[in-house]
Design a protein around this ligand. Structure first.
Ligand SMILES: [Zn+2]
Length: 107
């Protein structure tokens, strides 16, 4: 008997975030907000999942991940006053060695 175990990952766009200038490509505009679910699978069925959220540049797909629903709501409010907060979040993500990409089609 073969036991099929795996790892599932999905990203779903859930709205628009604050307007920000992308530190990687320079695009200015609203970033997209994604919900990411990851978790183990058994015979292609999810056994559970963990949710995180991210705002990502719609041009180059670089993004910043958040781990609380409060921060997700802050992204979705798209309040211009949160642009500085998002820019700081992006800058901190830029310092990591592997910058994740969000929403890139055909991955
Ligand atoms: Zn960009």
């Amino acid at each position: 008997m073969i036991i099929l175990v795996g790892w599932a990952r999905s990203e779903t766009p859930i709205g628009r975030g604050p307007e920000v200038t992308c530190p990687r490509c320079g695009h200015s505009g609203a970033w997209l907000v994604f919900e990411k679910k990851t978790g183990p699978t058994l015979y292609f069925l999810r056994l559970g999942s963990r949710k995180t959220w991210a705002a990502a540049c719609p041009v180059c797909y670089c993004g910043a991940e958040v781990h609380s629903s409060e921060d997700r709501d802050r992204l979705l409010r798209a309040d211009p006053r949160d642009s500085a907060w998002l820019a700081d979040l992006i800058r901190s993500a830029e310092t990591t060695s592997s910058q994740p990409e969000w929403g890139r089609p055909n991955r």
